[in-house]
Design a protein around this ligand. Structure first.
Ligand SMILES: [Zn+2]
Length: 219
């Protein structure tokens, strides 16, 4: 088996990962122990450990895993998040992704739930969609996946659907569960998550209040 190469000093990356989680917790998008974050580190992936509170997470609550099976590399003491396989499916199908964030942001979760699995949420003609870095911000589909106790099965479905489509946003939704967003680095993934959550909030608002103009044209 080919040895997995990792970045020489992983400490700064571990600290950055923990800090990102604390910010996400502060936004209310990773309540309790929910949510997980990862970054590529050489050929390996550095991911948050399972079961750690995101408000108090530290660099020690991170673990390097092999990118194929998601198992901890030799010398790692923590166990990776149960949802690591979804991160690996994103890295496998989107080579440009260097960081992945999975969060339980409420508006994204609500819109995924009212849309339902095996469908797309579509952001249409919303200015904020430009923040997602897509080729056509006027129409941005985001696929919704079924939530399953069998997480590797969700990961298989993600891998299958993302590899057959190139038109979707750098994001996916899971029905009754949450949102996963990726980017070229942690900061970009964080910014994109902010955009997706706000876009979902806007879509819910527009649906609730209607998109018709409230005033007559004057000319
Ligand atoms: Zn989750």
């Amino acid at each position: 088996m080919k040895p997995v190469t990792i970045a020489e000093d992983t400490e700064p990356m571990r600290a950055e990962l923990a800090e990102a989680c604390r910010r996400l917790y502060g936004q209310g998008w990773m309540p309790g122990t929910s949510g997980n974050v990862s970054v590529r580190s050489g050929d390996a992936v550095l991911v948050t450990a399972t079961g750690c509170g995101k408000g108090t997470i530290t660099a020690a609550d991170t673990v390097l895993v092999d990118p194929d099976g998601g198992l901890p590399l030799v010398g790692e003491s923590a166990w990776p998040s149960a949802e690591t396989t979804i991160h690996l499916a994103v890295y496998r199908t989107r080579p440009e992704a260097r960081a992945v964030i999975h969060a339980h942001a409420p508006h994204a979760t609500a819109l995924a739930t009212v849309t339902g699995p095996a469908r797309d949420v579509v952001f249409e003609d919303l200015e904020l969609a430009k923040g997602l870095g897509v080729s056509d911000p006027a129409r941005v589909p985001v696929p919704v996946f079924a939530n399953r106790a069998d997480v590797p099965r969700i990961a298989d479905e993600v891998r299958e659907r993302l590899s057959s489509r190139t038109d979707t946003a750098p994001a996916l939704l899971i029905d009754r569960h949450g949102v996963t967003v990726w980017g070229g680095d942690l900061e970009q993934a964080f910014n994109r998550l902010e955009c997706v959550e706000e876009l979902c909030r806007l879509v819910l608002l527009i649906r609730r209040h209607g998109a018709d103009p409230v005033e007559e044209r004057t000319s």
